[in-house]
Design a protein. Structure first.
Length: 283
């Protein structure tokens, strides 16, 4: 698997966008459209965040010499898609992928999602910096979306594999809706109940209380990795959205302590630029 690559000012930004299933039944869920994608909002955050950062840079930014053979991997559990020479910024290990898929290789590691990903890579002899965080946490600010002054209602945001079980519940939000629409819905909510990891990430970014429901098809690794990367212990998973209502809690994290190191580690050199996006010609 190579994933997809969206070019941002000449630099390939690798992400995963699964093929959509043709139906919702137990058999049809396993049959995929050849050219139709699921467009799960969390899987699309990486290129969006990178594009927004690059476009915010002063002056004209284009691919620099460092990008001649490198690709950038960022939001998501997609480290198994990495190739030698790739740059890693906030990516995580996928708990569903066999450990042998993470062979030691030449990777340019700038940040990873959390300490569990770091430990898995260090066990394979890779040098991993202590810079943790999911860059999806930057998305609301980069899109100019703020928490509503008078939030109302509870948004239910399922993992893609839980969508069919949640769609008839009050407050349901499809994770296939456009990214900005999903983020705006979270921003307008009193609270978020999610089995989608990035539903929690976006709620954290906006200061919205949340609760996590045990996902049907995802192991706990990525949730634990993300929470521990923010200096918190992962909360207990609720059994279902109804039970999660009693577990809704404030984010209780220092957002600036997460975002500042992530931003400082952003690989501006891929665009021939110094930290902060100032190209040599602009300084």
């Amino acid at each position: 698997m190579k994933g997809q690559a969206a070019r941002v000012a000449g630099v390939p930004v690798v992400h995963w966008n699964a093929r959509a299933s043709v139906g919702s039944g137990p058999v049809l869920r396993r049959v995929r459209w050849p050219h139709r994608r699921a467009n799960n909002f969390g899987d699309l955050l990486g290129p969006l965040v990178v594009r927004a950062l690059v476009e915010s840079a002063p002056g004209e930014v284009g691919a620099g010499p460092a990008a001649a053979s490198a690709r950038l991997l960022t939001v998501g559990s997609i480290l198994h898609l990495a190739q030698p020479g790739d740059v890693i910024w906030g990516t995580g290990v996928n708990g569903k992928v066999p450990e042998w898929s993470y062979r030691p290789r030449e990777l340019d590691l700038r940040a990873v999602r959390g300490p569990r990903t770091a430990a898995a890579l260090r066990e394979r002899g890779l040098d991993v910096p202590d810079v943790f965080g999911d860059p999806g946490v930057l998305a609301p600010a980069l899109l100019g979306i703020e928490r509503a002054s008078a939030p109302h209602g509870v948004v239910l945001l399922p993992n893609l594999h839980d969508e069919n079980r949640w769609r008839d519940l009050p407050g349901y939000m499809s994770p296939r809706r456009p990214v900005a629409e999903v983020i705006a819905a979270v921003a307008g909510a009193e609270a978020v109940i999610a089995s989608s990891l990035h539903g929690i990430v976006i709620a954290d970014a906006l200061g919205v209380p949340s609760a996590v429901v045990r996902p049907r098809a995802e192991p706990p690794f990525k949730y634990q990795d993300y929470y521990e990367g923010t200096g918190r212990e992962a909360p207990a998973f609720a059994a279902d959205p109804d039970a999660a209502r009693a577990a809704i809690a404030e984010p209780n994290l220092d957002l600036a302590a997460i975002t500042a190191p992530l931003l400082a580690a952003f690989p501006w050199d891929l665009w021939g630029a110094a930290a902060g996006g100032h190209t040599d010609s602009a300084r």
